[in-house]
Structure formats: C-alpha cells, structure tokens
Design a protein around this ligand. Sequence first.
Ligand code: AR6
Length: 187
Amino acid sequence: MTLDRAKRLDRVCGRGHLHLEEGDITATDVDCVVNAANAALAGGGGVDGAIHRAGGPSIARELKARYPHGCPTGKAVVTQGGLLSARVLIHAVGPRWQGGEAGEEDLLRGAYRTSLLLAEERGCQGIAFPAISCGVYGYPIEEGARVAVQVAIDWLRNPERQISSIRFVLFDGTTFAAFERALENEV
Ligand code: AR6
C-alpha cells in the first residue's frame, strides 16, 4: 500500500490533474508524449534513445525532413508518434546545466511551456513529460523538479488553457521523490 502510493501520485490542481508516476514514458498511454531531445534533433541516449527505439524510424525521418536546422534550446518541435501509442510527439530541448548562471532556469521553463503550447495547438487534453534536462544534461534534480512542477501548476490554474492532465513519468525513485517534494512545496 505504502509502496504503491510512493510510486504514483495524483493531485487535483486548477482545471485538472497533475500526476506523478515512476515508469517508462514509452509505455504511457496518453495523447501526447514529450521527448528530452538535443538541439540537433539527432537522437541520442536516455529517454530520447528509448523513444526513437519504441517509436520506430519514421520519427527520425520526420524530424530530418521538417526541422533540418534542429531546434533552439528552450524550445520544442512536434512530430507524429510513430509506433508509440501517443498521437503527438513533442521534442523539447532543455538546457545543459552549466552552474546555474547561464539562463538555465528560463530555458528549462521555455522547453516545458513550448511543449504545452504545441500540444494545445494540436487539440491535446493530456500530456506526459519526462524530467527534461535532469539526466545527461546534468540539471540538479531538486531544481529541475521545482521548475517542472511550477510550470505545470501555473498551466492548470490558468483558465485560458485547455490541457487538463499533466503527467510526469519519472524513471527512478530518486527522481520521483524529488518531484513529490516539489509538488508538496508548491500546493
Ligand atoms: N522514460 C522516462 N524517463 C526516462 C526514460 C524513459 N524511458 N529514460 C530515461 N529517462 P535524459 P536530458 C529519464 O538524459 O538530461 C539524450 O542523449 C532520465 O533518468 O534522457 O534532457 C538527448 O539526445 C532522466 O531523469 O535527457 C540529449 O542529447 C530524464 O529522463 C540529452 O540526452 C532525462 O534524462 C538530453 O539530456
């Protein structure tokens, strides 16, 4: 019982729900999934590698054809979900952590917010995010969790927005716990 509750958390927030869960985002059944990509949109390790493997080669083909110049850090682009169950796949480019004085927080906020905007443009009601920048890009997890949770709460509390379900799918218990603390501190 305690274990289950530690792995999944659902909070009513503003117009909808904010969920936290521990797991693999490629297995999440949601209309829109967000990938943590790089500025070249070239694929890589971490969640990016997992999404390209699970979603198949059509994703890389579409990225290359539509966004040959990549995507700036702090922004995001959209493709179809390929073999994923998600209809919409968003490739968000978070910042590399450089010590915190290089505008990392604004860039991370931008990656989340652009993803939410793109999802709404495509009529999505629900969206699933990984912990953008908190792996290979080295963003400190407590800070990264705080930014992610703040953006999500602001979005769900804004009556002019449409998305009503924001889900964070977190790959390990440490990341889940950091998001749980961030959520407790914000609501
Ligand atoms: N589902 C959910 N979360 C995952 C999964 C998964 N299947 N796999 C890893 N994570 P990262 P970044 C977690 O490194 O820091 C790539 O090479 C992981 O534990 O995937 O934004 C790109 O091509 C961590 O908590 O993304 C870029 O070059 C979080 O996802 C670079 O890494 C993000 O870790 C982007 O680095």
